[in-house]
Design a protein around this ligand. Structure first.
Ligand code: FES
Length: 106
């Protein structure tokens, strides 16, 4: 299974295995990753699953949809590499993906 590393706002790193076809947010919730609350359960309706995607993986995670872009307007400290982790589907190519979490959501 692909491995995903979450780095929290204090720099602590946690690597988990993620099922292909699930989302990065689901991998975070299953593994009790801090700083991702995912209040809407993956419906692209809360922006509390905000992450920063490490640069080398940006081409592989694709672009945010218009709906995701609209929700990102409600996220805290949005950057060009901001994504909603519930909208990133895990593929084998994403093995080694590193995402960072902001110090707070929403
Ligand atoms: Fe709500 Fe991602 S879980 S937008």
């Amino acid at each position: 299974m692909p491995k995903i590393t979450f780095v929290d706002s204090l720099g602590e790193s946690r690597t988990v295995e993620a099922e292909i076809g699930s989302t990065v947010m689901e991998a975070a919730i299953r593994n009790a990753i801090p700083e991702i609350t995912a209040e809407c359960g993956g419906g692209c309706a809360c922006a509390t699953c905000h992450v920063y995607v490490d640069e080398p993986f940006l081409p592989l995670t694709g672009k945010a949809s218009d709906q995701e872009e609209d929700m990102l307007d409600f996220a805290y400290k949005v950057q060009p590499n901001s994504r909603l982790s519930c909208q990133i589907v895990v593929t084998q190519e994403l093995d080694g993906l590193t995402v960072r979490t902001p110090e707070r959501q929403g």
